[in-house]
Design a protein around this ligand. Structure first.
Ligand code: ADP
Ligand code: ADP
Length: 227
């Protein structure tokens, strides 16, 4: 089943002489449960692609369908709700809220929706992420690896349609990187969670089901390495 479809996506930043074409007519689709690694040189358009799929940057032209929804047809408030429930974003520098504790950061999408938190689901996630005993800690009381696990928790709290990770291990040492990749793979394999992950690390890319290489805003290569 197709969970993501990107059609003729183009992104041009700026105007006139200083215009930069960050994405040039990119199309592809991703199946539910697929783990896709996105690789390519710095400045090739990887982050721009992920941000547009994630609904946090708008395309100049083209379409993004997530689980059948044309996300740029949604109005601003519909898109905000869709993002919270169906798109899990993970960044290199965690983007946690410094004044909220671990539990509050993880459940932020639910709190912003005005819903009450299902404690059982939350506690399972905390356990699996190895954050037991840290629920009341603030981000600055945690290691980088722990902070990244909190941001994975926030991304997964709603069982979103897709998880998008932009260099999630870029700020971590090799031991912590391996742990983070293993957690993302666990949710991908056990819960069939679709994962699109940007990485510079070839060892991480080779663990994916498929590798998309971006060069100059275009797909240079798209290889399935595991069925
Ligand atoms: P990557 O993630 O592969 O390093 P990016 O998507 O960040 O690449 O950038 C692609 C191109 O778009 C680069 O030339 C970059 O300078 C440009 N770019 C990215 N974001 C912006 C922005 N907000 N304003 C102007 N140019 C941008
Ligand atoms: P559905 O997509 O089945 O209508 P929801 O969008 O309400 O369900 O929730 C999707 C998943 O997100 C649930 O299966 C549950 O794991 C998690 N979830 C939903 N609401 C909460 C909540 N209030 N607290 C914790 N987890 C929740």
């Amino acid at each position: 089943m197709e969970i993501l479809r990107v059609e003729n996506l183009t992104k041009i930043y700026g105007k006139g002489e200083t215009a930069v074409t960050a994405l040039d007519n990119v199309s592809f689709s991703v199946k539910k449960g697929e783990f896709v690694a996105v690789i390519g040189p710095s400045g090739s358009g990887k982050s721009t692609l992920l941000h547009i799929i994630g609904g946090v940057d708008t395309p100049t032209s083209g379409k993004v369908y997530i689980d059948g929804t044309d996300i740029y047809k949604l109005n601003e408030s519909q898109l905000a709700i869709f993002r919270r429930r169906q798109i899990g974003l993970i960044y290199q520098f965690y983007n946690l809220i410094p004044i909220l504790n671990v539990e509050e950061n993880m459940t932020l999408p639910i709190l912003l929706d005005g819903r009450t938190v299902d404690k059982k689901h939350l506690n399972e996630l905390i356990e699996t992420l190895g954050l037991k005993g840290r629920q009341k800690h603030l981000p600055n009381q945690l290691s980088g690896g722990q902070q990244q696990r909190v941001s994975i928790g926030r991304a997964l709290i709603y069982n979103p349609a897709i998880v998008l990770a932009d260099e999630p291990t870029g700020n971590l040492d090799s031991k912590n990187s391996e742990e983070i990749v293993n957690l993302l793979k666990l949710y991908n394999q056990i819960y069939n969670q679709t994962l699109i992950l940007i990485t510079h690390d070839e060892r991480i890319a080779l663990q994916a089901d498929r590798i998309i290489s971006i060069e100059d805003g275009k797909i240079a290569k798209d290889e399935v390495i595991r069925q």
